[in-house]
Design a protein around this ligand. Structure first.
Ligand code: SF4
Ligand code: FES
Length: 235
């Protein structure tokens, strides 16, 4: 495997040729915030939360492969504001009432808001009218909280070998749709990976709510990014 080197915020990082900046940074213990990218799913660069500057140009770190000698900026005020604005927009575009959400404390959107110090979004809430599909006996979809990250769409195809979820529409009208009249009419199983990968409280298993008490949840214990950059996620 051929190795190359580049820098992130002045720190020299070794990477495997063809590796994404995000994966190389993870391996080097440098956290780059992300939302749509998820472990073994093929990254598709939709949320742009992972934006970094590569030789002065903004790129999505999850899809941009490393270039020998590249100068990557990650932890700068400009990029933090850029990412923070994306998080802000995701909050106002949907209906995210964290205090009433079963995913609170496990939610990556909420955890990123904490990381960026967002208490109240600076944009106007849109309060869209969205549906909740409770038809399935074991799983529900709350479209109010869907951030259209695409993880479930991809996981259903590549990990579950199904096609339960897809997107319809474009721009502000883009929505998640299930492959049937309702979730109950699909072949989704409660054990499907597609249900596990949702970063927010949009795809939720029924009857397991609050098994982990609030206060003892993943991001109650440690801030997001702490698994990659121990002790530095709590700026
Ligand atoms: Fe992403 Fe969850 Fe919406 Fe699927 S339901 S697109 S995983 S936020
Ligand atoms: Fe890279 Fe979403 S994590 S674009």
């Amino acid at each position: 495997m051929s190795r190359i080197s580049f820098t992130i915020d002045g720190v020299t990082v070794q990477a495997i040729k063809g590796q994404s900046i995000l994966k190389a940074a993870d391996a080097a213990g440098i956290y780059i915030p992300r939302l749509c990218a998820y472990r073994d799913l093929v990254p598709h660069g939709s949320c742009r939360v992972c934006s970094v500057k590569v030789n002065g140009r903004i790129q999505a770190a999850c899809v941009q492969t490393v270039i020998e000698g590249a100068v990557v900026e990650n932890n700068t005020p400009e990029l933090e504001e850029y990412r923070s604005n994306i998080i802000d927009m995701l909050f106002v575009e949907g209906n995210h009432f964290c205090m009433f959400c079963e995913k609170s404390g496990f939610c990556e959107l909420q955890a990123l808001a904490y990381r960026f110090g967002i208490a109240v979004p600076k944009y106007q809430f849109l309060y869209p009218k969205r549906e909740i599909d409770m038809s399935h006996p074991h799983v529900y979809v709350d479209h109010n909280r869907c951030i259209l990250c695409g993880r479930c769409v991809q996981a259903s195809q590549s990990m579950d070998s199904k096609n339960v979820f897809q997107f319809i529409g474009r721009g502000i009208r883009k929505r998640l749709q299930v492959n049937g009249d309702s979730l109950a009419k699909t072949d989704l199983k409660v054990t499907d990976e597609a249900v596990s990968v949702c970063p927010v409280g949009a795809l939720v298993r029924k009857r397991v709510g609050y098994e982990t008490p609030v206060g003892l949840r993943r991001y109650d214990e440690a801030p997001i990014g702490d698994d990659i950059e121990p002790g530095k996620g709590d700026r």
